[in-house]
Design a protein around this ligand. Structure first.
Ligand code: ATP
Ligand code: MG
Length: 453
């Protein structure tokens, strides 16, 4: 086969190689098969170190498997010298060349050519033979021609690989940036929500405090007024039945509809007292949370807390819907047990009130890396998207007057986030609503630090 035919075969094989790896293995393989050399290795220059990448012969007993890969710095050994000088060399007898680096695959003579592209050494093609003086000038010329044909292809494949790696890194950075941005937005929203809640809480507690005094005297006046109206009724009964009262006065009294008047006063007094009692309950709820009384911190078991709460609500649940409990394994937590129970109570009560007849409420507990999670789900009508941001605001209620005060979730939010360093989130669509409570697994001291902050 003429040299031209050999070169043409090399060039065709190189064109067909799809990757840098394919290209290097195809070159070494063809050096063995087309040129008939015993052995051949391609080194690539990686930051000044020549690293073996593909081989034919003794170094490559199996498919694409290099035995005992070695790395040679540029300037060291025969291979390193050729990379430095950029001039191909024939070494007829390596045993008398002091530069030669010996290993278990050493031959007797060697041919080494540089792979150069735009003046830079991309690598080396190196062949060793078990015969002394095995290579001549025409072998050197042929191998150098092959190295020159391979050089632009190797350079372009290396460039493609670098480009792909840069693209991958860019994609990874983009992904990390998007994740950070999302987390930042979430944190910002949580912060804004917490700030909003804290100011609303302060405002509501202040208003409640101010209402307390006029409420107290209104209630005591109402009691007094009730007593007075009862006395007036008795006086009236006495007058109307007294034998010395003239018929004319009795007629006058009847004309004034005095009996009806007294009944109306009694009803008004009762209704007003009920209204004042409701205001009293709201005010005491708000004041209680503002003052943070009963802050008894103990260890408690979340699953047990849910059992206790659902037992208390058993009657309500049985009359309205079904309950399914799915408890995961959780360590005991540290906090104000009765307040956490109150949170479970408020949220499960809301779930009962939002359920259809025969609806299903599920309470599922599980642990993630930092929190005990409690999902309370009901399959009622759900909360409209535009209302989700309002449900934790005090006095927001969609329940009829007298049924809900709109304080339940506001109080839950404060207990979970401010007093226990946890989180409370809601997920809702037109079919179901889930409240997710997350309570942290943290030690006593840290928790105290949070509640005192
Ligand atoms: N599981 C739920 N499904 C649908 N809507 C809900 C659910 N939980 C809460 N809501 C909505 O959030 C509003 C606020 O709830 P929140 O518990 O704060 O007050 P409330 O239940 O109306 O009154 P109360 O102060 O008596 O608890 C409710 O009125 C209701 O519109
Ligand atoms: Mg409620």
């Amino acid at each position: 086969m003429s040299d031209l035919t050999k070169i043409s075969q090399f060039a065709t094989a190189m064109l067909n190689a799809a990757t840098l790896d394919d290209l290097l293995w195809s070159i070494t393989n063809n050096i063995g098969e087309i040129l008939g050399f015993d052995d051949c290795i391609i080194y690539l220059n990686v930051d000044g170190i020549l690293i073996q990448k593909s081989a034919f012969g003794i170094k490559n007993p199996n498919e694409r498997n290099l035995l005992n890969e070695i790395a040679i710095p540029i300037g060291k050994g025969i291979v390193g010298t050729v990379a430095q000088s950029k001039v191909a060399e024939i070494v007829p007898d390596i045993s008398i060349d002091h530069r030669y680096i010996w290993d278990e695959f050493s031959g007797k003579s060697e041919l080494t050519v540089p792979i150069i592209y735009e003046g830079n050494v991309l690598g080396i093609i190196d062949s060793e033979s078990s015969q002394l003086n095995a290579y001549n000038e025409s072998d050197k010329e042929l191998l150098q021609t092959i190295a020159n044909i391979a050089a632009p292809r190797i350079a372009s494949e290396q460039y493609c690989t670098e480009l792909q790696q840069t693209q991958l890194q860019l994609e990874q950075s983009n992904f990390e940036l998007a994740t950070s941005l999302r987390q930042l937005k979430e944190n910002q929203e949580t912060l804004v929500q917490s700030e909003k809640m804290a100011s609303i809480g302060l405002l509501a507690a202040g208003v409640a405090h101010e209402i307390n005094n006029p409420l107290a005297f209104s209630m005591s006046n109402m009691d007094f007024f009730k007593e007075c109206s009862e006395k007036l009724i008795n006086i009236y009964k006495l007058i109307i039945t007294h034998p010395n009262i003239s018929n004319e006065i009795k007629q006058q009294l009847a004309l004034m509809n005095y009996t009806q008047l007294m009944q109306d006063i009694e009803e008004v007094v009762d209704e007003t007292t009920t209204g004042l009692l409701r205001i009293k309950n709201i005010v005491s709820d708000l004041c209680g949370y503002a003052r943070n009384e009963e802050s008894v911190m103990t260890q408690f078991d979340v699953n047990n807390g849910i059992k206790v709460t659902t037992n208390i609500l058993r009657g309500e649940i049985n009359n309205n819907c079904h309950l399914q409990l799915d408890f995961g394994k959780l360590p005991s937590l540290y906090g104000n047990e009765s307040k956490v129970h109150q949170v479970f109570m408020n949220i499960i009560l809301n779930a009962i009130q939002a359920s259809h007849k025969d609806g299903l409420i599920t309470v599922k507990t599980f642990a993630d890396d930092k929190y005990a999670c409690i999902d309370i789900t009901n399959n009622g009508l759900g909360i409209k998207n535009e209302n989700l941001q309002d449900i934790f605001t005090p006095f927001y209620t969609t329940k009829p007057v007298g049924k809900g005060t709109g304080l339940g979730l506001f109080i839950c939010y404060r207990i979970i986030t401010e007093e226990h360093g946890g989180q409370i989130k809601v997920f809702s669509n037109e079919k179901q609503t889930t409240f997710r409570i997350k309570l942290p697994f943290i030690g006593h001291k840290q928790l105290n630090a949070i509640s005192c902050a």
